[in-house]
Design a protein around this ligand. Structure first.
Ligand code: MG
Length: 439
């Protein structure tokens, strides 16, 4: 396919005065969906899924993130076996209508596999819309209300001094917000390396004791504040690993440390306990990366029980539902903190940062960076400068995918341990007595 097509020519035209009218698709035939494809690639040790929608108009196509790394093959099948036959021949320029039709077409809905599949289609249609208009998606959404998105990055260590050293390095790079995590000796901590001999347990799987972790995490936060000073914003992710009552105690104990937010103190099954945490302390609370269903986020926002909604955009169904969630949250004074780990493709990161720069109630963006192989596959990744993430200014998401490069890194590329063993899925973590914990 030639690169200088009608749409790419229009997309590169100046957007001022008469040129804008010339660039608009008005009067052109409505593009129809010709094909729906899946690009499955693993350039950074994490399975990434991108949906590519091609239209019947030469050179007009778009990409959307559909990454659910732990069950990636199922998303691929949901796209190619169910959404593709449903969508081929339908208009490519009716995003809301297409989203609602896809959402309803399975009858049972709001699960992670189907939501990711729909998100891939949804974001690809936003990409197409932007390419048609010759504008980045943030312009379609009303334009920027800030120049760039403040980000946090992850500082971790097997021991507290190592975490604090790593936090200092991130601060020196320009980050004003740093997430701190520390290992628990002999245990499988979250977000950090293990240190010391494995603790005694009645089983052979990785071990985790929530009470031991909690004491150490409180110590880490107190020490970090003391050593890093008052200016840096500290964050911490509990990763739903403690009991509801431990979560209440944890949030109360760290209130004097004045952190930016405590993340996932509770699991989605326990969200009614946020009311108890709220009644006990003013520690800011972030929740949502495991959410798939409006019945999970709606009560937390409407009752002002959290401070930050941090949904994984594709798990909620893509840009279309998430911009509504952001607007809903704005009314209740809840800020956004979209989930931005390595298991989001660069297309998904562009969707995140697009929401960040257009939504007034933006709070913070998680940043995980891109390695050289990722940049080889995805050209046009958002750029980080001095702790701020900038969206690409090219039309649509501004990202082009080198599919030959993507094929060099198939699912399983470079995978180790349980990821390799379980087709990208996770293993188990147990308490010393053998009880499985959420991780
Ligand atoms: Mg998290």
């Amino acid at each position: 396919m030639t690169r200088r097509t009608m749409f790419q020519t229009l997309a590169s035209a100046p957007l001022l005065a008469g040129a804008a009218a010339e660039a608009a698709p008005r009067g052109m035939p409505s593009p129809k969906i010709r094909d729906v494809q899946v690009i499955a690639t693993e350039p950074a040790g994490v399975r990434l899924t991108v949906v590519k929608i091609l239209t019947d108009q030469d050179g007009l196509y778009g990409y959307g993130c559909a990454t659910f790394t732990q069950r990636a093959d199922l998303v691929n099948e949901a796209v190619t076996k169910y959404l593709k036959p449903f969508l081929v021949g339908k208009p490519a320029d009716r995003i809301e209508d297409t989203w609602q039709a896809c959402y309803d077409s399975s009858y049972w809905r709001n699960g992670p596999v189907l939501n990711n599949a729909i998100a891939g289609v949804d974001q690809a249609l936003w990409d197409i819309k932007g390419r048609m208009a010759g504008m980045p998606v943030y312009e379609l959404l009303g334009g920027k209300c800030r120049e760039a998105a403040a980000c946090y990055s992850h500082a971790s260590g097997a021991e507290i001094p190592e975490t604090i050293d790593n936090a200092r390095k991130l601060m020196a790079e320009g980050f004003k917000h740093v997430r701190v995590q520390v290992g628990v000796p002999g245990m499988a901590g979250y977000g950090s390396a293990r240190n010391g001999t494995r603790v005694a347990a009645l089983h052979d799987d990785p071990v985790f004791d929530p009470a031991v972790y909690m004491r150490r995490a409180i110590q880490l936060l107190e020490e970090s504040r003391k050593q890093l000073g008052d200016e840096v914003e500290l964050l911490h992710d509990v990763h739903e690993r403690v009991t509801p009552n431990q979560a209440v105690n944890f949030a109360k104990a760290i209130e004097p440390v004045r952190i930016f937010y405590l993340e996932d103190a509770l699991s989605p099954e326990d969200i009614d306990y946020f009311r108890q945490i709220r009644s006990q302390c003013a520690t800011p609370l972030a929740m949502g990366e495991l959410f798939n269903n409006p019945h999970e986020w709606t009560p937390l926002i409407a009752n002002r029980l959290i401070d930050f909604i941090r949904i994984h955009v594709t798990q909620a169904g893509g840009l279309t539902p998430c911009r509504k969630i952001a607007a809903f949250a704005e009314i209740f004074g809840v800020r956004t903190a979209w989930h931005g780990p390595g298991d989001v493709s660069p297309v998904g990161h562009m969707a995140n940062v697009t929401l960040d720069v257009v939504c007034y109630n933006f709070g913070i963006q998680e940043y995980s960076g891109f390695n050289d192989r990722e940049r080889e596959v995805f050209q046009g990744c958002p750029e980080l400068k001095d702790g701020y993430l900038y969206p690409n200014d090219a039309p649509g998401w501004g990202i082009e995918i080198d599919e030959r490069a993507a094929a060099k890194y198939p699912f399983g590329y470079g995978e180790r341990g349980t990821h390799k063993l379980y087709n990208g899925g996770w293993g188990v973590i147990r308490k010393p007595d053998g009880t499985v914990i959420k991780q």
